[in-house]
Design a protein around this ligand. Structure first.
Ligand SMILES: [Zn+2]
Ligand SMILES: [Zn+2]
Length: 125
């Protein structure tokens, strides 16, 4: 076991945090555009949204590639949280995309933070 692993973990955490941050900002950008382009209605179940519950309306990428964001919105679809989950579950069942999908990555980050904490607690003086 090499000493100094902790430092490397910190650096990796910083890189991951920075990547998460820029990703969150980019997602904010296309979400705003999609909400301007489309009526606030879920494309699957037809549920309508207002400012009060707009956070439950999400932007789905039709081709599941979150880097594909044409300004005309042709790759976006507004889905409520539940239909969005279903959409990704179907896609994952088909085995066409690695776990993680095009959004929902916060769970992995907190998991990593917990692992880092465990390592700290286990460190011998
Ligand atoms: Zn829906
Ligand atoms: Zn999606």
């Amino acid at each position: 076991m090499a000493s100094g692993d902790g430092k490397q973990d910190d650096r990796l955490d910083a890189v991951v945090a920075a990547a998460q941050h820029s990703r969150a900002r980019r997602e904010q950008g296309y979400r705003e555009q999609a909400l301007k382009l489309y009526p606030w209605v879920c494309g699957r179940c037809g549920r309508e949204f207002t400012r009060a519950n707009l956070h439950e309306l999400t932007v789905h990428h039709r081709d599941h590639n979150h880097d594909n964001n044409p300004p005309d919105g042709s790759n976006w679809e507004l889905l409520c949280l539940y239909c969005h989950d279903n959409e990704h579950a179907r896609y994952l069942e088909a085995g066409q995309v690695p776990a993680g999908g095009d959004d929902a990555s916060t769970a992995r980050v907190s998991h990593k933070a917990l692992a880092g904490l465990a390592a700290l607690l286990n460190r011998k003086p």
